[in-house]
Write a protein that binds this ligand. Structure first.
Ligand code: ADP
Ligand code: MG
Length: 325
């Protein structure tokens, strides 16, 4: 059974919004939103293309989760509270089983974060899903990439490299038991954006971003924006035991690329003054997300150094992901 465009929107994407800030949601030519006085709007958009970000046949509920999760992660990275989302979708057909599962995944995560879907656009075409997210921060409190200073600590949340290790296992590039793969695969398919941590780090972190394209490449963006260098200790980067184990074996190359250049982590990487250590720990505890100090910010001339387990600089850093490289 196939349904029309407006029926599709009504059935799968139109829900009453609990948020009083939604003056008018899905159904008119545009949404009307009432931002909180004294706040700045924070906007981001992220697109997921079939064949590029996910494979044909990928689980629809997982896609609904992930396309919103990657956008919430951008809000987290600014220290913003996400509030409103727009969904633009190109779909090859109006398969109701697919739509129901996609919408379930999307709304479950939206509800968990108090985000209202306030509009979108729906068209037929090769599958392409795009969420625009709007959030808020009290004016002047957003955490940019440009505030890192020499002497700051470098921190990351959660664990790094899980998603890329899962992908490597799914592609047969490393062998792993189903039991070991399951939690890593959940990190690849259902990333949990660190929204509460991002908010708790306002006034604590000097510079921040979310790690989506690999730790060293993304940390490089903070260094560039802040005009600084950094040194990171490989042994301190938090990771799954499946990854730690591979660092000491013939699979060290794979393990290094997962840790330093893996994508899809959706963790936060941030710089904070050494005097802020207790406040960073407190923010992590309050948000229920582990935070780990992995290195320090250096003067610009130092560039980015990753020290191995013996304290020697790695000669070559694995390359970060780049769609056009
Ligand atoms: P317009 O022709 O004015 O662009 P549309 O016919 O595209 O309007 O959309 C009708 C309404 O449905 C609008 O309020 C739009 O924001 C909303 N909408 C369309 N597609 C989606 C979607 N995938 N998710 C949520 N809202 C949607
Ligand atoms: Mg439209």
């Amino acid at each position: 059974m196939s349904i029309g465009e407006f029926e599709l929107i009504d059935r799968y994407f139109r829900r009453p919004a609990a948020d009083p800030g939604v003056v008018l949601g899905v159904g008119d030519d545009a949404a009307l939103l009432a931002p909180t006085p004294g706040h700045e709007l924070v906007l981001a958009v992220d697109m997921m293309v079939e064949g590029r970000h996910f494979l044909p046949g990928a689980d629809a509920e997982g896609l609904g989760h992930k396309v919103l999760a990657v956008n919430l992660s951008d809000m987290a990275a600014m220290g913003a509270r996400p509030r409103w989302a727009l969904l633009a979708g190109a779909l090859p057909d109006s398969d109701e089983a697919w739509l129901a599962a996609f919408s379930r995944g999307l709304f479950a995560l939206a509800d968990a974060h108090g985000v209202a879907l306030v509009g979108g656009d729906t068209t037929r075409g090769p599958r392409n899903l795009c969420v625009t997210i709007a959030g808020e921060v009290p004016a002047g409190t957003a955490i940019r990439r440009s505030g890192a200073l020499p002497g700051d600590d470098v921190w990351v949340s959660g664990s790094i490299g899980d998603a890329m290790l899962a992908l490597a296992a799914l592609q047969g590039r490393t062998a792993m038991s189903p039991a070991a793969l399951a939690p890593l695969r959940a990190r690849l398919e259902r990333p949990q954006p660190r929204v509460a941590l991002g908010i708790a780090l306002r006034g604590v972190a000097g510079a921040m971003l979310d790690v989506s394209d690999g730790l060293t490449g993304d940390l490089g963006h903070i260094l560039e924006a802040s005009g600084v260098g950094a040194s990171v200790d490989l042994a301190r980067i938090p990771c799954a035991s499946e990854l730690r184990m591979r660092l000491a074996t013939g699979e060290r190359g794979l393990a290094l690329s997962c840790l330093l250049a893996g994508g899809d982590d959706y963790e936060l990487c941030f710089a904070a003054r050494a005097a802020m250590r207790e406040r960073v720990e407190a923010a992590g505890s309050a948000a229920g997300v582990p935070v780990t100090r992995i290195g320090s910010i250096a003067p610009r001339e130092a560039g980015l150094t990753v020290l191995d387990e013996q304290g020697r600089a790695l000669a070559v850093l694995p390359r970060a992901f780049d769609h056009f490289a």
